[in-house]
Write a protein that binds this ligand. Structure first.
Ligand code: DAH
Length: 358
């Protein structure tokens, strides 16, 4: 093998041994660099004759070309290898299932609110909404609650800025102010349709359709433990007409509870109680006859016959109109329905708890 072929072979094996681009550049300089083997061979031609230079030069150039080709091939091979490695490292497993966005859902108490609205809606009740920042008048005075009633104290009621000393503003402590707000609007409307004599009477005793309304919403009290939260929910109900009686209240409330809990195996008890805005007043307790809660009386609402003073504050003549009202706790209904024993779970916002109701 001639001397040039030996050099070319040496270059080829040096290039093949290079595993990184830096190795390859080093190997290249051994052959093609300033003092590389090919350059040395070129320098060695100085002493040759012109003819000899021609043929020797041509042979060296062929060798040099062969080395350069080998270098280019190896460069490409190394670049390919690098790309392969990168592709492998960044490989995507297209068979993995995609990540989905979590699906939202209603809060359990909202589910209860919607159930209450749809059940009472099916019994001909309207749904009314009212302000959470309420005046002292609607929250207490109009509901026949005396000035010195303990619920007015700072301990139970959150007072807020914006009212006056004689008419403070507060966060409503119950949804009962909606009885007055809704009834006043209702009466105003039918008063405007009545004859002059009727329209001008202080207390309306003309004709009007019955008031049948529920008012669900948020309420606030300074209270916090396993069964009380400073913010909680209530749903007020009001039924005012000329021929309504406790019997009607008992009927619709029994029907409501049985529909809500999807159980006919449930009895109600009206236990005498006191509320300033009703007379007589009763707490409503329910008892399941079977299942894990069987035999226990569970308090679910307050109720009563609307006090004549409250009927007057609605603008109605208590000699003609009689009303029945109730106020229930949707939080408590939700706890009973789902068997949850700590109210605070509803308001902690823990997705692991809340997602179980979807
Ligand atoms: N507002 C009462 C409370 O927060 C509940 C209540 C009781 C509402 C009797 C009523 C009612 O409408 O008639 O405790």
């Amino acid at each position: 093998m001639n001397e040039l072929n030996v050099v070319v072979d040496a270059a080829k094996s040096a290039f093949a041994a290079a595993v990184t681009p830096a190795d390859l550049e080093n190997a290249k300089s051994l052959f093609l660099g300033k003092s590389g083997r090919i350059t040395e061979l070129m320098k060695g031609m100085a002493a040759l004759s012109v003819d000899e230079k021609k043929s020797r030069g041509a042979s060296i150039n062929i060798a040099k070309q062969a080395i350069e080709n080998a270098l280019t091939d190896r460069r490409r091979a190394l670049a390919d290898l690098d790309l392969q490695k990168q592709l492998q490292a960044e490989a995507l497993d297209v068979t993995l299932p995609g990540r989905q966005r979590g699906q939202g859902g209603l809060h359990p108490v909202s589910i209860t609110m919607e159930r209450i609205e749809s059940i009472f809606g099916s019994m001909g009740f309207e749904v009314a909404q009212g302000p959470e920042i309420e005046s002292d008048w609607f929250n207490f005075t109009a509901l026949n609650t005396p000035e010195d009633h303990p619920a007015r104290s700072m301990h139970d009621t959150f007072y807020v800025e914006g009212g006056s000393a004689t008419a403070p503003n507060l966060l409503r402590t119950h949804t009962s102010p909606m009885q007055i707000r809704h009834a006043v609007q209702h009466v105003k409307h039918y008063r405007s349709l009545a004859s002059d004599a009727q329209a001008n009477q202080e207390l309306f005793s003309g004709d009007m359709p019955e008031i049948r309304v529920i008012a669900p919403g948020r309420t606030y009290r300074v209270d916090s433990d396993a069964t009380h939260s400073p913010m909680f929910h209530q749903c007020e109900g009001l039924w005012v007409g000329e021929n309504v009686s406790f019997k009607d209240l008992k009927f619709i409330f029994t029907d409501f509870c049985r529909t809500f809990f999807e159980s006919d195996d449930l009895v109600l008890r009206f236990r005498p109680s006191f509320f300033p805005f009703t007379e007589p007043s009763a707490e409503v307790d329910i008892q399941f006859q079977s299942g894990s809660l069987a035999g226990r009386w569970l308090e679910v609402a307050g109720s009563g016959q609307v006090h004549p003073n409250v009927i007057r504050n609605m603008g109605l003549d208590p000699e003609k109109y009689i009303g029945f009202a109730f106020g229930m706790g949707p939080d408590r209904l939700t706890m009973v329905r789902y068997g949850v024993n700590d109210l605070r779970l509803f308001f902690d916002g823990d997705i692991r708890f809340l997602s179980q109701f979807q």
